[in-house]
Each structure stands twice: as C-alpha cells, then as structure tokens.
Design a protein around this ligand. Structure first.
Ligand code: MAN
Length: 330
C-alpha cells in the first residue's frame, strides 16, 4: 500500500520526550480508470475493493469518502503510529513496536484522529472508529505505551472529535464530543459527564455551527481543553459547506464547562500557505493534538489532510482575542 496522507496527530509528553500519535492513511497505488481501497476483513486481513470509474453507481465527489450504489466507504484506511522527539520538531520511530491498527467489526474502515489525554499516570486515547456500521468514538488506556487496555466504543454513531478534560470538575469527568444530527440539528460540539471515563451521560449542547461564518457547516473539538484563569480554552475546528477547515477557540466556564463565556469571531488559524491550501483535501487546517508549556501553546495540525505541521501561540493572547470577540450565538 501507499501512504497517501500523514495527518492529525495526537500529542503528549512521555519519558521526557514529545510524542506524536500519527494518523497514517493508505490505499493501493491507483491504476488509470479504477478506484481501489482497502477494508479489514473479519479475520484481521486486508481486502481490496475495486470499482470502475465509469460505473454510474460510483460517486467520487469527496476525495475522503466514496459512495457506491448508496453504500459509503472510505477511500483510504488509517492506522495510528508513534514517533518521538527531543525538540518537538525532528521525529523518529521509537525502538519498540508502535503501531495501533483497527480490529474487528467496528473498525473495518480503520481508526483515525486520536486525542491523547493524560490523567494521573494514565494516558486515555479517544479516537474515531470507522466501519460500515458508522463512525463512533473508541477508548484505549495505557500507562507505558507498550500495552493497552481496550474499553471499546464509548460513544456510538454518529460521533467523533472526543476531547477529555484532564482533571475532574466538581468530582466528575467531562468530555467534549461531536454527535451529528444532520436532518434536524447539525454537527455541533456537545459535552457529557462521567464517573469512570467509559460511561457518559447528562449530554448538553455547547456550541452550534454559525451561519455565514467560517464555521458555518460543522464544528468539532480539538485536543483536551486548557485550564486558564479566565476559563477552559478549547481550540476547535470549524468548516464551511465547501470543506474549508479553520481553527477557532471557545472559552468555557471553569466550574460549569458546558457554559460558553466567549468564542472566536475570526479564526485563530486559517489555511494560507501552499501546503495548507493544496493536498489530498485542500484548504484544511485540522487539529487534535497540542502541547502546553506555561504560556506557550504548540498546536500540531494536519494541513490539507496531507502533512503534519506545528505552530506556536501564546495562550494568554488567544484568550484575549477570544474575549474581544465576545459571545456570539454559542
Ligand atoms: C473530518 C475528519 C478529519 C479530516 C477533516 C478534513 O473532520 O475526517 O480527519 O482531517 O474531516 O478532511
């Protein structure tokens, strides 16, 4: 298979190094006039499905998803792979096997976009599980990155973009997540609470997409919210119907994280460089991983669904800019 995209890494610190949990998206080398893509079969093997591009039942209008006779598939299959770095810029593969791949019926189209939250000495991996059954959120837990405890699908379809708060608030765990309700409602950011990080309840809607804005069609949480004196700062992605993805920020009340204090009027980041504007899917900036070191926030992001980049910010400056934007139709 050929790697089409390296994108959307989860980010964390472990053993004094910076680590990325990359999303690697692959498919067979394409031949003229055909479209082929991999799916996992029941026994854990890879099966290649191929369609003729001239077949009228085939819809190739979105490079990420194809539909054939009313059934949807992904054009690539993703797995997750670890790399580490001393300086957060030059990365290499570790000395131990570091691949997390999809398994079973709920991951037959792969796993994607893993957020990594550190709570105590454990790392919680929330990632997208994709299959013909739909798109949901899976959870794995590890302490050493060698062995993983599998907690299964914690939020069923259609749901993704699950970012855990890294501490309890008034005794409860919280997660931002993104169910989709396209016929009535939309692609909005929600919050849920839990006693054990596995069973989630008391779901509430936090932020809608906003008509005529850069986040008019869909919004979804990035990595874990960042605690600041003014509130929880959440960097999120917003997209238009034309699939232009930007990053913005939400400020959530410290004791009532379902309450939006302020929200970006303008994007914190938008696609501007060549490598952000052209690629597997052009005009995409998407994040699910960052590092916080005092006031310095390094956002790692997928550009054009093709390559991985990093950009540094001041947390205080983002908070200031969000507060200037006031609360706009959260
Ligand atoms: C969705 C997800 C992401 C991807 C963006 C942009 O939100 O599938 O993985 O980066 O779309 O294509």
């Amino acid at each position: 298979m050929k790697i089409e995209c390296l994108l959307n890494p989860g980010v964390f610190r472990f053993e004094d190094k910076t680590w990325l949990l990359l999303r690697v998206a692959e498919r067979p080398e394409q031949t003229a006039g055909k479209t082929s893509f991999p799916v996992l079969d029941r026994r854990g093997g890879v099966k290649i499905i191929e369609f003729d591009n001239s077949d009228p039942a085939l819809d190739l209008s979105d490079p990420r998803v194809l539909s054939y006779a009313g059934k949807q598939y992904l054009t690539t299959i993703s797995h997750l792979r670890l790399v580490c770095s001393e300086d957060g810029i030059q990365f290499q593969e570790p000395y131990f096997p570091a691949i997390i791949a999809g398994h079973g019926d709920l991951e037959s189209f792969g796993i994607e976009d893993c957020r990594v939250a550190q709570i105590g000495s454990s790392y919680y991996l929330t990632f997208t599980q994709v299959s013909g059954h739909g798109v949901g959120v899976g959870l794995k837990v590890t302490r050493d990155w060698r062995s993983f405890e599998n907690r299964g699908m914690i939020l069923p379809p259609h749901n993704k973009d699950c970012a855990l708060f890294e501490e309890r608030i008034n005794g409860k765990y919280y997660a931002l997540h993104r169910p989709s309700s396209p016929e009535l409602g939309g692609n909005y950011i929600w919050i849920a609470e839990s006693e054990d990080l596995v069973h989630w309840g008391n779901h509430r809607c936090v932020a809608h997409s906003r008509d005529a804005y850069w986040d008019s069609a869909r919004v979804g949480a990035g990595a874990s919210p960042i605690r600041t004196p003014e509130g929880w700062l959440e960097i999120y992605h917003g997209a238009t119907r034309e699939n232009r993805y930007c990053l913005g920020a939400l400020l959530l009340a410290l004791d009532e994280p379902w309450r939006v204090i302020a929200r970006s009027e303008d994007p914190v980041m938008e696609p501007s460089s060549d490598y952000e504007r052209a690629g597997f899917l052009g005009s995409v900036i998407f994040t699910n991983g960052h590092l916080v070191d005092g006031d310095r926030l390094t956002i790692y992001y997928g550009a054009a669904d093709s390559v991985i980049c990093a950009a540094a910010f001041s947390v205080a400056e983002i908070v200031r800019s969000v507060l200037c934007g006031k609360v706009i139709r959260a």
